[in-house]
Design a protein around this ligand. Sequence first.
Ligand code: FPP
Length: 249
Amino acid sequence: MIKGFFTKTVSIEEINPSNIPKHVAIIMDGNGRWAKNKGLPRIAGHRAGMEAIKRVVKAANKVGVKIVTLFAFSTENWKRPEKEVNFLMSLPQEFLTKEINELNKQNVQVKIIGFDQNLPEHTLKAVHEAEKRTENNTGLILNFALNYGSRHEIVQATKAIVRDVLAGKITEQEIDETIFGQYMLTKNYPDPDLLIRTSGELRLSNFLLWQMAYTELYFTKAYWPEFNEQHFFEAIYEYQQRGRRFGGI
Ligand code: FPP
């Protein structure tokens, strides 16, 4: 076994149905390297990454995960070449247009968190339409973090709190972790129980820093386009071996 990486073949029967993480956050990393290894352009990696999303939705539904939050585009990803950024911005439209019927069939609710500014109109339109068309579903929440950055989120929340204090809507004394959480983009969701990051990188990359204070971290060497049901089950199984104490004993 590679140090720091869990490797075991896990069947669904080995997963304990009474200890399923409610919220799984995923950093979908390694699309570019996967493509490069195959002699393909980077965008082919992103396209293959969309297939991995479909596999994860199915696997999450199978084991009963309630929320999957995917890091689809970070506030730092604008530094990439314009051609790649444009391609990434076209993916929500392509994915959601192609997959909306299937997502509805699987009772999936599409959601988005992130900052609207700088996102092209067509990208916003595609995700908002998908949100609308799946809003009556009651199953898995598939939450895309698009133009999302955790530090920016915390700064924006702080500014909004200051405004509300100055406007007399809340007092300084009332501000606590619960109230602060209500100013975050994730206010409707519980904190992630499990984070999965693919491609062997071992960092959080400004993803849900406030929300992941007690999240279990799982890293796999698989590149995102390779990620499949088996990898997902492995991550859930490994999560179930952890003792979560939340600072207690
Ligand atoms: C990281 O790999 C991946 C991304 C920055 C983009 C992930 C996006 C998708 C998989 C598709 C999103 C789809 C929708 C519907 C929004 P990388 O490019 O950093 O890979 P590298 O580290 O190997 O270069």
